[in-house]
Design a binder for this molecule. Structure first.
Ligand code: ZN
Length: 230
């Protein structure tokens, strides 16, 4: 449409088109781009994004510059740990390379935020595996996308004795837990699941520390018939 408008109306057409894109206000194109870019953040709608953009330009230019630099560096340099899939700047993360962790316990979480929540709320000293998601066939997220082939290889190494399944208690989290339980049993690893106190449908990262600590401490071994889908 844009090229057609330009050909037909020249610079007047361009101004018209820009006005249509900006709505009623004559906003700088770059400012509009900044507002759109800020909306990538969770929970940030158009009004919040606009407030943030004005705030940075009016009062926080230096720190805004710092934010832009750190954001660019983080995106360029932070990848995933080869062993646990958590975020890491190096090939292996600090937890995977630590000599102070118990290698016979492996806790599976959906996200790095869940791993952090468990680290902060409990005294767990084992290792982690971060799925970076949950099984969701409708969204095209299957075992391969969650790195479960790598997890299976790790269980086959024979060092892990307990697989602590700390996926969220949502429908997809439970389906993922079911799959992980079967995977563990196939490799003769004991699967356990965080037990009491976690709200149904809740996301681990938002559960308060004492509840999470209690649920982690009172985890139970899961058997063949513990899931509705068995
Ligand atoms: Zn790691």
């Amino acid at each position: 449409m844009r090229s057609g408008a330009r050909a037909r109306f020249g610079s007047h057409g361009r101004r018209q088109a820009a006005r249509i894109r900006c709505g009623a206000t004559a906003m700088s194109q770059l400012l509009e781009q900044l507002i759109q870019a800020l909306r990538v953040l969770p929970g940030v709608g158009p009004k919040s994004a606009q407030r943030m953009a004005y705030h940075v330009l009016e009062r926080e230019r230096d720190r805004g510059q710092r934010l832009a630099e750190v954001l660019a560096a983080a995106i360029a340099r932070i990848g995933h740990c080869r062993r646990c899939r958590d975020f890491s700047e190096s090939e292996l993360c600090a937890i995977c390379t630590s000599s102070g962790r118990e290698a016979n316990q492996l806790c599976v979480v959906e996200s790095p935020a869940d791993r952090t929540a468990i680290e902060q709320a409990t005294s767990y000293r084992g290792l982690y595996f971060v799925l970076q998601g949950r099984l969701s066939p409708l969204d095209g997220i299957g075992p391969r996308e969650l790195g479960l082939d790598a997890l299976a290889e790790r269980l086959a190494e024979g060092e892990v004795q307990e697989l602590i399944i700390a996926t969220n208690s949502t429908l997809e989290g439970e389906a993922t837990a079911h799959y992980l339980g079967q995977l563990a049993r196939r490799h003769r690893v004991r699967p356990s699941r965080l037990a009491q106190g976690l709200p149904l449908g809740g996301e681990l990262e938002y559960v308060d520390r004492s509840t999470l600590s209690h649920a982690f401490g009172s985890r139970v071994e899961i058997g063949e018939s513990d899931h509705a889908q068995d």
